[in-house]
Design a protein around this ligand. Structure first.
Ligand SMILES: [Fe+2]
Length: 385
């Protein structure tokens, strides 16, 4: 009898890695398409998008720029980008930006090929079959969207974030180019880095973790422990930026296969209500959720502690596991991340609907320790200070 379970493993598309690799990607994409370059106005005004479009021009690629992506992109932004694509005959997408631009671009590439209302995907329908050709250049090291099969956009009318999912949602190729991160604000470097750390931690302790996602997640945690502070201190440090880009991509691969946990399901509900940045939402709940989960998987948390540089070899598993929480708290102190609703500027009020919204989520089901409504409420209230 075969007792070893089988599982599918999903790998990302081609990666161009290193300083200047976005130019390699721009030169390599096929010349037969007309590209919609999807980005946000900030990057457009800072000239980052122009660096890419100059290379596209030199390489003889046809394109049109859509630079109106907003944070937590609403459905309307995707609709507007699709209209721009239609008017200009675009049939492929290049995303340049943070998670919002990459996720909006994924939704645009879905809309180019599938005549289905995006809201239907939010209700759980999977994207079946290929989307328009999609290429990505991340300008933050956090979401790992270049490696995942999900795009998160916002249904502003419902005050809800919705996830569009499907095996075809990963870019065909992406560039992990540290030149694209140079000089980003330290706060963005810290918050997005904590998003990547949360992906790796939640994937590593997920009920769906496997031997491949374990290696990816632990590798990401180790890199983040070594390089996040260095990068946040000096965002012109290209070596640190590259390490963080690789860590974010590894963590994305880990969680797109293993799933996430309660930090993400609670954080998404908070973000939908209070418009907190996604990285900050993760920061608010990660330590308390790790402490809650630690008794369910002490050996796993001990390995996280070790990956973050803690010396745990003479400790019992429970004590070693608790060191993972201590290590993350030290990291947060070093990054000067806010830890309370007050510090983030939120007048927080918990409702039973918010708890109800967390319980059925897929991320909640992947969490290593089952949480009832009272325990979810306690985690929501942890940052009350
Ligand atoms: Fe995340």
């Amino acid at each position: 009898m075969n007792e070893t379970p089988t599982y599918p493993h999903f790998s990302p598309g081609k990666l161009f890695v290193g300083p200047g690799s976005s130019a390699d990607l721009a030169r390599e994409i096929p010349g037969s398409f007309v590209y919609l370059v999807v980005t946000d106005r900030g990057l457009s005004q800072a000239g980052m998008a122009a660096r890419l479009t100059r290379i596209l021009e030199q390489a003889g690629k046809r394109f049109h720029v859509f630079d109106a992506v907003a944070a937590d992109p609403p459905i309307e932004v995707v609709t507007s980008a699709l209209e721009t694509a239609r008017q200009n005959g675009c049939n492929a997408v290049v995303a340049i930006g943070g998670g919002s631009s990459l996720d909006a671009a994924k939704a645009v590439a879905v809309g180019m090929k599938h005549d289905v209302s995006l809201r239907e995907y939010g209700d759980g329908r999977l994207v079946k079959g290929p989307i328009a050709p999609l290429y990505a250049i991340p300008t933050t090291a956090g979401t790992g969207s270049e490696a995942t099969r999900v795009a998160v956009i916002t249904d502003a009318a419902k005050k809800e974030k919705m996830a569009i999912r499907g095996d075809h949602l990963t870019p065909l190729a992406s560039a992990l180019d540290p030149d694209m991160l140079v000089g980003i604000p330290a706060r963005i470097a810290a918050e997005t880095g904590i998003d990547a750390l949360t992906h790796a931690v939640e994937a590593f302790v997920s009920r769906n973790a496997n031997t491949i996602t374990d290696v990816l997640a632990l590798g990401a945690i180790e890199k983040i422990g070594l390089h996040l502070c260095r990068f946040a201190r000096d965002t012109t440090d290209k070596a640190a930026a590259l390490e963080m880009l690789v860590a974010s991509c590894l963590a994305g691969q880990a969680f797109t296969n293993a799933g996430l946990g309660l930090v993400h399901s609670i954080g998404e509900v908070l973000g939908s209500r209070y418009h907190t940045s996604h990285g900050l939402s993760c920061a608010l709940y990660l330590p308390a959720t790790m402490a809650f989960n630690q008794p369910a998987a002490p050996e796993r948390f001990a390995r996280i502690a070790r990956a973050l540089g803690e010396d745990v070899k003479d400790l019992a598993p429970e004590e070693a596991g608790r060191r993972a929480v201590v290590a993350v708290e030290h990291l947060f102190e070093a990054l000067r991340l806010p830890r309370t609703y007050n510090a983030v500027g939120i007048d927080f009020k918990l409702t039973s609907k918010m708890v109800d919204d967390v319980l059925p989520q897929f991320s909640t089901q992947c969490n290593p320790r089952k949480a009832d409504a009272d325990e979810v409420a306690a985690l929501f209230n942890a940052p009350m200070g």
